[in-house]
Design a protein around this ligand. Sequence first.
Ligand code: ASP
Length: 330
Amino acid sequence: MKKKQRVLVLFCGGTIVMEEKEDGSLAVPDSEESAIKILREVEPRLSAIADYDIEFIANIDSTNITPTDWDRILRCIKGNYRRYDGFVLTHGTDTMAYTAAALSVSIKNLGKPIVLTGSQIPAIRIESDARRNLVNAFRVAIMPYSGVFIVFDRRIISGSRATKASESSLDAFRSVNGDDAGEISVDIRMKSQVKKRISEPHDIEIYPGFESDIFIHTLSPGCDPGDLEFLLDRENIKGFIIRAYGTGNIPYGFENFFRKARARNLPVIVTSQCLYGKTLMNMYEVGRRALTMGVIEGGAQSLEILCAKLMWALRHAPDEIDRIIKEEIE
Ligand code: ASP
């Protein structure tokens, strides 16, 4: 008989285990035990798919997640890597795409699936999407593929491309500027380009540590570049992301900011604020001008992955930020 596969669930809280408080708001249960009990009761037959254990990471609304939690997740996966065939992270949806991006950036030589999932409706409600998402996350976690994925509703999305696109639709996530990694219908279909699982025993490398003090600025007509210059006086800010217009266009007047940021060796990444935008900064003079002043083009990448790459690179390779931002992640 074929040996049953093993999955490690990393518990990070989120709506999936939330309860309604007296004032009508949703929050995670006060005790870790009750929260994990709710998760276990989502589908009592989960072990028909894989034997599993649960490791506690955090019992939080994912709004409150920090890079310290990411480091904890990384160390937990590393410490248990050989013992399990796949990993499922149950996580709130609000920052799930950031966590998926952070894991995609900071794990090397990954040969197994790491699957993030959660739900839009608490598991304790009859209409919840928790059961379907959790069951499908388990199914993907034992498949012959490797990589960081978000499994949600009918989509399997690469962890380096995901964004939360709807606050209420059960089909909440999208791939930014690219195709999903796979689709869940009667069966699960992965795209042919998804990396295969490494079947021989192997280890992963993890590189925890993210610089959280970065500043993301969205341009709006007439916004004052002086505000950003003012921020340069704050010693602790280590890097900027500018959500520019269209193909990465920035109005006149930001030159001083770019000059000063450069003098202080602070990276400035430019992304597009368009819903499906990529930067093509050479296209217009207003983009090209910024480019010649040393900003880094974000290209077709999501805000989440740019953010994770910048936070990670600032800690691990501050002299190679340009290369890291532009590097493709599988
Ligand atoms: N605020 C919740 C969280 O991110 C939303 C959710 O899980 O759907 O934890």
